[in-house]
Design a protein around this ligand. Sequence first.
Ligand code: NAD
Length: 308
Amino acid sequence: MAHNVGRVVIVGAGTMGTTLAKLVSSKQWPVRVIDTNQAVLERCRTQLIAALGPQVIADNHLDFQSQWMADESITIVIESVTENLEIKQLVIAQAEAHCSKDTLIVTNTSGLSIDEIGQKMQYPERLAGAHFFNPADLIPTVEVVSGAATLESTVERICQFLTQLGKRPAVIQKAVPGFVANRIQHAIMRECLSLLEKGVVDIEALDDIVQFSIGVRLALNGPLLQRDLNGLDTHLNIARYLYSDLEDTHSPSALLESYVEKGWLGAKAGKGFYAWSDEKVAQRSANEGKRLSQIIDIALDNEKETGL
Ligand SMILES: NC(=O)c1ccc[n+]([C@@H]2O[C@H](COP(=O)([O-])OP(=O)(O)OC[C@H]3O[C@@H](n4cnc5c(N)ncnc54)[C@H](O)[C@@H]3O)[C@@H](O)[C@H]2O)c1
């Protein structure tokens, strides 16, 4: 089916770029994936052919390039390269040099400043952050973040595009480092690592407690809605005696630093908090997409049924 969206360019064919390309291509929109790393580009291509079928490429809906080419039909560029300010600025300069001045430029940064990313742009009013979550083709929410120069109409166009993709755009009122989700994720992890360091709980027990208490509930209710259900007076009473004891360090945990120093980077390195074999990694990822989709469906049904 033809669409009026024009060509969407996704820069970066890594973890996020691949699922972003899968998402946009699944809507039959023409997609170009650009990555300077030929091996990564080839892996992305293989994964997308496996997921969408070879016809997508044969129909010229999807192509893969290691460098930019000028193209007036590009309406949206989604930058999803390495989380590094200089690299992002370079990619955005390339986007401006090869697209029309009306092309929307979107950065998938996890929390770098939109103003700094757009600092050297000729037309920074068409830049905004659209922070997708991994895997981008499945997770519904996308945080939309403006810079000081971003036009209201840019935000509107990005939200419209995201809605057409079946996403739930969540506009952030004020750009703060880490936006919303990463601030919350890091607040949780700061306390988790602190509890491990203090020997309060072991790794397995901590994961079990979080996943099967607050974790399962969060799939149905956001934290504020959940507090309403539990009672704000009770929450306040606990907050009064607990906060002085919570972790409030301003530097990353020594435990985390030591893991990374030892090369314990998680599943990809065979060791993180847990030991990982190739079979274990394959087992974990085999049905992950299916399970995530089931949880998302339950959450959406719950929202529909309860009206909240
Ligand atoms: N991984 C996640 O869970 C996640 C979630 C949300 C957002 N993000 C953000 O998405 C972005 C990409 O993350 P990722 O996890 O996919 O990283 P990644 O390392 O898997 O992929 C980044 C890709 O960018 C490519 N690249 C680097 N410089 C380039 C250039 N000049 N031109 C073209 N390609 C270039 C690299 O070759 C690499 O393949 C980052 O900003 C990250 O913070 C990541």
